[in-house]
Design a protein around this ligand. Structure first.
Ligand code: OAD
Length: 231
């Protein structure tokens, strides 16, 4: 069986990382247009970096939960398994997942606005805000995708390609309202895959999904593995 999994912020909720939407979601207290757009960064890089520094500190203390760990195990067990994530927290990799298609970048990566160098920077809290490029001293930005920006080409085309040729497309913990990632379950369905959703709440994916598991990610994934894969 060819399995493709798409994850969103909900899979990291049990690790103590706040989601963006829904109960306790970051976008209830913060405005995305002030913190997660290129315009916001151009206007006030210090404010944007302070927000990222806070999130980086939170994430640095977080551990992968059962759901991340189960997916990492699955990668070794199935012949055809692919993991696509909208998350930037790196918890899939920390859980042991080897190949993760990151659609929205990674919060531990930075990119220089002057020389374009891109590299990993694990310092949290940051000593200097905004941080400076280690090669040229230029201003760094988080290497994540902000609203209004394009997703990385290679990752995006790989994700869409995978959606067209899987048997089961499993969606875990995403509100499904941010595009183009939100199209992936629909593309999979159009191409004949069975779509399974694990989410605490109803989403635009729920009505078309072949199976909806209304549980938190860890419990839902255990149920899915028992039911669908007899694992
Ligand atoms: P959201 O915060 O939009 O959605 C999280 C989803 O997870 C919601 O549907 C919740 O119901 C669900 N959820 C919450 N806790 C859960 C749990 N313990 N188990 C299972 N489900 C749970 O997060 P994303 O869909 O990932 O982009 O958001 C997509 C993008 O919007 C993010 O990558 C980010 C954000 O703005 C950018 O910053 C560009």
């Amino acid at each position: 069986m060819k399995l493709v999994v798409l994850t969103g912020a909900g899979i990291s909720a049990e690790s103590g990382i706040p989601t963006f939407r829904g109960q306790g979601g970051l976008w209830r207290n913060f405005k995305p247009e002030e913190l997660a757009t290129p315009e916001a960064f151009a206007k006030n890089p210090k404010l944007v970096w302070e927000w990222y520094d806070w999130r980086r500190q939170l994430i640095s203390k977080a551990e992968p939960n059962k759901a991340h760990l189960l997916l990492a195990e699955l990668e070794g067990k199935l012949d055809s398994f692919f993991l696509i994530t909208q998350n930037v927290d790196g918890l899939h990799q920390k859980a042991g997942s080897k190949k993760v298609i990151e659609l929205h970048g990674n919060i531990w990566r930075v990119r220089c606005l002057s020389c374009r160098a891109e590299y990993e920077l694990y310092e949290a809290p940051l000593k200097e805000i905004p941080p400076r490029c280690l090669y040229c001293g230029g201003m760094l930005r988080p290497a994540v995708v902000w609203f209004g920006e394009s997703l990385p080409k290679k990752e995006l085309s790989e994700a869409f390609e995978l959606a067209t040729r899987c048997d089961v497309f499993l969606v875990i913990g995403t509100s499904g309202v941010v595009y183009p990632a939100g199209y992936l379950p629909f593309v999979a369905k159009e191409h004949g895959a069975r779509v399974v959703e694990i989410n605490l709440d109803r989403t635009p994916i729920s009505d078309m999904a072949d199976l909806v598991i209304r549980e938190r990610a860890s419990v839902g994934l255990e149920q899915f593995l028992e039911k669908m894969l007899n694992l």
